[in-house]
Design a protein around this ligand. Structure first.
Ligand code: NAD
Length: 285
């Protein structure tokens, strides 16, 4: 099955990146979010990121304009899901929110439409069980920033069919990404390994082992990581990190995944990282 028309639900950090990359590769994209304000902001971000690609000579101006023209924005979920080949959901990492969205899009989409989630940690099997088409529900976990990062973790729920997996992996390749198939366990591979490291860095900060810059510099220069764990947490969003750690802690039932109290405090204060202007670092508007 070829995927030509894609609806992306949620135009935040990840959703605008997914819409950007899909449109850049010739797909007709509907970007769905709650309000015109959020959608305008998402389109402005996409335009800014396309301009950056033009400056770096990755794209020419004509391709930039054609990419923007292939993205349509809307705020109705049902309207967005109707008549597309694939829906990619990228709303906040809250299980009940995702379940409700999948129920709505399952009712609105045609019978052959594949429903994918960009979730970082929530069970694809549990999302799929709330729809009438568990064989066509799959995880399509893009990395941040989507236009730059090569990986798509393709997560098979218990009932996901081989055909759905093949279609989504082929699409990822068409979008210039490398798909890696993994099974449905909390945090999959990426966040099962990454989040305990970020959490440990926050514990180290909280316990006064070292300052923010020192922790990040140790990991950058000592372990050859391109970013330190605290800078990376700011990029991901501290609320997203906390939500993922809560899923790992609850679902794996092991206290080694308990979120650091300092991470909880930052999120409670609205210090969410780059998207709010302040996290472990401060960011210009
Ligand atoms: P975000 O908070 O930046 O964006 C979420 C968007 O969803 C917002 O624009 C919000 O208005 C919109 N939204 C909320 N409810 C909605 C609804 N009912 N209908 C339509 N839109 C709605 O979040 P994000 O960082 O883009 O994360 C989205 C998903 O991607 C999460 O599941 C997250 O775990 C996952 N993810 C995040 C990263 C990352 O680095 N941030 C990386 C990989 C995967």
């Amino acid at each position: 099955m070829s995927i030509d028309r894609i609806a992306v639900v949620g135009g935040g950090t990840m959703g605008n990146g997914i819409a950007h990359v899909a449109a850049q590769h010739g797909k007709s994209v509907r970007l769905v979010d709650l309000s015109d304000d959020v959608l305008d902001k998402a389109m402005a971000t996409i335009a800014k990121n396309l301009d950056r690609q033009v400056k770096k000579e990755i794209l020419d101006e004509q391709a930039r304009d054609a990419t923007l023209a292939r993205i349509e924005t809307m705020n109705g979920l049902e309207e967005g899901a109707d008549g597309v080949d694939l829906v990619v959901e990228a709303v906040p990492e809250k299980a009940e929110l995702k379940y409700a969205i999948f129920q709505t899009i399952d009712a609105a989409a045609g019978p052959d439409t594949i429903l994918a989630s960009n979730t970082s940690s929530i069970s694809i099997t549990e999302i799929a069980a709330r729809t009438s088409r568990p064989d066509k529900v799959i995880g399509m976990h893009f990395m941040n920033p989507v236009p730059v990062m090569k990986l798509v973790e393709v997560i098979r729920g218990l009932a996901t069919s081989d055909e759905t997996t093949k279609t989504v992996s082929s699409l990822a390749e068409e979008l210039g990404k490398t798909p890696v198939e993994v099974n449905d366990f909390p945090g999959f591979v990426s966040n099962r390994v990454l989040m305990p490291m970020i959490n440990e860095a926050v514990f180290a900060l909280m316990e006064g082992v070292a300052e923010v810059e020192a922790i990040d510099t140790v990991m950058k220069l000592g372990m050859n990581h391109p970013m330190g764990p605290l800078g990376l947490a700011d990029l991901i969003g501290l609320d997203t990190c906390l939500n993922i750690l809560e899923v790992l802690h609850r679902e794996l039932g092991d206290d080694r995944y308990r979120p650091s109290p300092l991470l909880r405090k930052y999120v409670a204060a609205g210090w969410l990282g780059r998207k709010s202007g302040r996290g472990f670092y401060r960011y210009e508007a």
